[in-house]
Design a protein around this ligand. Sequence first.
Ligand code: CP
Length: 290
Amino acid sequence: MGKNLLKLSDLSTDEIVSIIDRAEMFCQGTDIPNFSDKIACNMFFEPSTRTQYSFNVAELRLGMRVVSFNPGASSLNKNESIYDTVKTFDSFGPDAIVIRHTQNEYYNELLGHINAALLNGGDGTGNHPTQSLLDLMTIKQEFGSFKGLKCVIAGDISHSRVAHTNYEVMRRLGMEVVTAGPDEFLEKTLDREDFDRAVETSDIVMMLRVQHERHAETMNMTVEQYHKAYGLTVEREKRMKDRAIIMHPAPVNRDVELADCLMECPRSRIFKQMSNGVFIRMAALERAVK
Ligand code: CP
């Protein structure tokens, strides 16, 4: 049985650094294994562009054969449960199953019942381990190490599995992490700071998407008001530290949390994050199936 990757808090910092180092080797085109005898199933019960298709590309780069689950054309529509659906795929004998689902910790009911290695492509508002790993890889490429760096994670914190995963792992790696945004989006247990002060003092300004689909009620302000109060505007970008970078897990609501023209500005590492996602997922798959 391979190694699952469900949440980063299960991994030591040494394991985290070794996955990032391996991804960096793949990024340089070095020592890429051939897993042409392995099969991966990608089971995305919730929409995804980056995670789903970069896993797919990672699997192809490793020579794996890939089966992609289509929830709309499956027996989910006959009320089959996630447990029975994943158990069915596992009975086909794949080596790895990548899952995204809206339910927090959906994987708990599967543990001990699945032979394939499970890789979490995101669970509800809980965890997004490969996103955090690719974020860390991007930060390491930029600054060489983590200790002493300051990151502000800004926006819709309470609905964000990226915020929850990054807050824990970045602090464990010696970074200062603060959150910023409207009160109704923040969490009492996480350190917070005034957004303007955080923008001026952080090495990494990580903006988050306003997750309209997870809000029971519509936002208490217009998108223009949100952008002015909590978005990374052109004016705020000018006040960032000289070497500071902009990150965002994407998809981005342009001109809501981030000014349209900043998406591809010299400080932005948003598309670099996406490129690194392929190499991180290659390293996660290697760890899962080797
Ligand atoms: N960042 C991220 O998880 O994007 P997708 O939802 O498109 O996979």
